[in-house]
Write a protein that binds this ligand. Structure first.
Ligand SMILES: *Cc1c(COP(=O)(O)O)cnc(C)c1O
Length: 395
């Protein structure tokens, strides 16, 4: 009998074909208007923090996501940092975040002087496990003077940050119910989920604030970049203010009214973003096609399953993901070794954040499911361009 790792490699080859010597996990694509628009930006000499492309990119993002406002910033981590501050997170608070996330989610909490409080994940959505979070809060927190207090640390719990893992939306209805029960704001880390919707609504627009990333490996890229989404005009104004050194608008005066950040997205990056947004629908169409092909092929392979979009959701399928049925990091590493040696860049999911040295002592709930996911998830090559060949190559 053929081993699981060889079987999985065969599946990947069936989807992607034998042709290339190296297939990256995720590559950006600049085959639309990028060269024209970036050239226009260079010709204008407005490459830095002022220029029409920043405004245009913000409008396009707002229109696309349905958020009333989008504020472009220098990267997704900065977006999350400012969104947390605007949600009221202060020094000494705790913020509920999934242990299974990219390190930026925890770092943004730490930048606020706050402490990440790790919660468990859901086996199918890969996002926050809402029933488990509900039980955890019931057992470990209490309301005092209108604040939710962690009974073990005495610290205030200030917000919840759901993260839409690899583009798959979190079960937002239940999470919103829970957040309302405890009067906690939601700041959605939608860095990975541009183009993903939950019950028809774009991820990042269901909470008080949401954040996007346009890093080189995301669905679209501005080189580096991010955005804050909100429907609240006061928060949007504050987001702009805090990310532009708190400078009071004036034709020549320098007057800054608080300590703030230089988190502006340069016009040059925004120009690239405008062009990439034109291609987004096509990227999403191709990524969905590629996901469909992975699903089809891996349905027939025992011991592993393709992570499908959750119910009530449309996923952007940013990174296609396989889940081993019997979570084992040994087995996972074997699959990774075989696939990478064959030239298909595959990666495990993140090391759980509570295992990183700087976050090892942070409070946390039971992380049973997150542990199992950590040992069983494998990302497989997911660039939109790969879909152009995937039905021609039954290797
Ligand atoms: C990419 C990413 C970020 C941050 O993005 P940068 O633009 O790289 O700062 C935050 N959270 C998650 C989950 C991400 O995947």
């Amino acid at each position: 009998m053929i081993s699981l790792e060889q079987n999985i490699l065969r599946g990947i080859k069936q989807v992607l074909g034998n042709s290339k010597e190296f297939t990256a996990l995720h590559e950006p694509e600049f085959t639309g208007n990028e060269w024209n628009i970036v050239k226009d930006c260079l010709d204008s000499t407005f490459v830095s923090s002022v220029g029409k492309y920043v405004d245009r990119f913000e409008l396009v993002l707002a229109e696309y996501t349905g958020a009333r406002y989008a504020v472009a910033v220098v990267n997704g981590t900065a977006a999350l940092h400012i969104a947390l501050l605007l949600a009221g997170v202060r020094t000494g608070d705790e913020v509920l975040i999934p242990a299974l996330s990219f390190v930026a989610t925890a770092n943004a909490v730490a930048y606020c002087g706050a402490v990440p409080h790790f919660v468990d994940s859901d086996w199918s959505t890969l996002g926050i496990n809402v029933p488990s979070l509900g039980e955890h809060l019931q057992q470990s927190s209490q309301v005092e003077d209108g604040n939710l207090i962690n009974r073990f640390t005495g610290r205030r719990i200030a917000a919840i940050v759901p993260m839409h893992t690899y583009g798959h939306p979190v079960d937002m209805s239940s999470l919103l119910d829970l957040a309302n029960t405890y009067n906690l704001p939601l700041v959605e880390d939608a860095a990975e989920s541009l183009g993903s919707t939950y019950k028809g609504q774009h991820t990042g627009t269901l909470g008080l604030l949401g954040t996007l990333s346009f890093n080189g490996n995301k669905v679209i890229t501005t080189g580096g970049g991010g955005a804050i989404l909100t429907n609240d005009d006061k928060l949007a104004r504050q987001a702009k203010h805090l990310t532009t050194t708190a400078k009071r608008p004036h034709r020549w005066e320098f007057f800054h009214d608080e300590v703030a950040w230089n988190y502006r997205l340069p016009n040059l990056n925004a120009a690239l973003g405008c062009a990439q947004m034109e291609s987004l629908p096509e990227f999403l169409r191709l990524k969905r096609q590629l996901a469909h092909r992975y699903r089809e092929v891996f349905e027939g392979i025992n011991g592993v399953e393709f992570v499908d979009e959750p119910i009530n959701s449309q996923s952007n399928y940013w990174l296609n993901t396989l889940r081993l049925n019997e979570p084992s990091s040994q087995l996972r590493d074997l699959v990774l070794a075989v696939a990478n040696s064959a030239g298909y860049q595959c990666r495990p999911t993140w090391t759980l954040l509570n295992k990183l040295p700087m976050y090892a002592d942070c409070p946390r709930s039971q992380l049973t499911v997150a542990e199992r996911l950590e040992a069983s998830l494998i990302n497989v090559p997911s660039s939109a361009a790969l879909a152009r060949n995937c039905y021609k190559s039954d290797a």
